[in-house]
Write a protein that binds this ligand. Sequence first.
Ligand SMILES: NC(=O)C1=CN([C@@H]2O[C@H](COP(=O)(O)OP(=O)(O)OC[C@H]3O[C@@H](n4cnc5c(N)ncnc54)[C@H](O)[C@@H]3O)[C@@H](O)[C@H]2O)[C@@H](O)CC1
Ligand SMILES: [K+]
Length: 223
Amino acid sequence: MKRDDVRRVDQIAIEDYGMLGLVLMENAGRGAAERIAALCQESPGGAAHPVCILCGPGNNGGDGYVIARHLELLGFSVHILSLVPLERLTGDASVNASIAAKAGLPLQVATSAEDLDRWITDDETVVDCLLGTGATGAPRGLYGDAVKLANKRRGLRVAIDLPTGLDCDTGIPSQPTFRADLTVTFVAEKEGFTKADAKPWLGTVRVVGIGVPQALLNDFAVA
Ligand SMILES: NC(=O)C1=CN([C@@H]2O[C@H](COP(=O)(O)OP(=O)(O)OC[C@H]3O[C@@H](n4cnc5c(N)ncnc54)[C@H](O)[C@@H]3O)[C@@H](O)[C@H]2O)[C@@H](O)CC1
Ligand SMILES: [K+]
């Protein structure tokens, strides 16, 4: 599925069907948390695996706060690293960040590459909720630093919706691109994921539904 089409599905679900964006985000985040839990449980350390969730400025970051909440409920030790001050978030991402903060989930705001280097450690699973379908071009500034540092760590890496840095229409990776062991993508596989250039960055791809009606999926030829 093309980036614009998948964004259109979200928009139609909200504007025409009257679904709440928060419900879509909850479904997305919960489904992703279950996939991450399954991956961790198969690997040495199991549910004792600590998880670091990197959160960006948009709704991909918003998914990260939902994932953190559900992973904690599943018994994981989680910490959230936001690359933006929480007061800069808007809409559904802001709501979920505020829930996470009120719930006392460990949460730090990174303002430099040094912060990221200190707070992303080797023995944890790193989840990339930095940029999703709203990304344009190579990850800039701190986003690029976070991707580079995460790629150097020895733990598992999971990309949410798409690996930050990968163009999900063409499958062309930018410099840098998050190198995932697992990519949990929403609604349908993105068109670029089928390209040979994209494969090394995606790992295993799992599709998670976000609860939009089948009638809407049919309009976009999603089975
Ligand atoms: N209701 C919805 O629309 C849903 C959205 N979902 C998630 O939301 C994502 C899309 O959210 P958004 O549209 O907020 O987009 P993103 O979360 O991709 O964030 C886009 C923002 O990131 C910044 N940015 C863009 N390119 C950048 C670059 N190269 N370097 C640094 N910063 C950059 C800009 O501030 C831009 O506004 C999806 O990928 C998916 O993960 C899911 O929660 C399902 C429901
Ligand atoms: K991502």
